[in-house]
Design a protein around this ligand. Structure first.
Ligand SMILES: C[S@@+](CC[C@H](N)C(=O)[O-])C[C@H]1O[C@@H](n2cnc3c(N)ncnc32)[C@H](O)[C@@H]1O
Length: 144
């Protein structure tokens, strides 16, 4: 999925921001294994990835290091982001919003850490019973 969603995000970023990505900071909320963080880092963004899973953070960190990518990973949750106010040009939250305990807090925290005029990117599943059973219960909770 990563090439497809990143291609779309890049279209939005080209439209909304300069293409001089090397001066820009991006926050990956729920960074998981770091698939998207690495795509953003390869484009030149300074990326910070946040995830509640210490195992995922460690795995993502090791993968980035092995690939020669400089990405900062921290353990934390979307509801209480361990970063300063108005820091990021871009924040993205992909396949994560369906998992957070408090959606409103996660969104307001994201607004807090984005610079004025910053870009927010997200994707999530439709809020249906099938999504809940397959994407959350089966693919996430069950495989933990
Ligand atoms: C389906 S994975 C998506 C990972 C990554 N964003 C991607 O697209 O490859 C969902 C991720 O959300 C994280 N997560 C769960 N609850 C969270 C929360 N409250 N705040 C931030 N991330 C959370 C999980 O630890 C997991 O890494």
């Amino acid at each position: 999925m990563t090439p497809g969603r990143f291609e779309y995000f890049q279209e939005v970023l080209t439209d909304k921001l300069s293409t001089e990505y090397s001066r820009l900071k991006a926050l990956d909320i729920g960074s998981g294994g770091g698939f998207l963080a690495e795509e953003f880092a390869k484009k030149g963004f300074a990326v910070v990835g946040i995830d509640p899973s210490a195992v995922s953070v460690e795995t993502a960190r090791a993968h980035a290091e092995a690939g020669g990518l400089s990405i900062e990973y921290r353990v934390g949750v979307g509801e209480k982001l361990p970063v300063d106010d108005a820091t990021f040009d871009v924040a993205y939250c992909c396949d994560v919003l369906e998992h957070v305990a408090d959606l409103d807090k996660t969104i307001s925290e994201t607004a807090r850490v984005l610079k004025p005029g910053g870009v927010y990117l997200f994707d999530t599943v439709n809020r249906t019973m099938v999504s809940k059973l397959v994407m959350i219960k089966l693919f996430s909770d069950h495989l933990r």
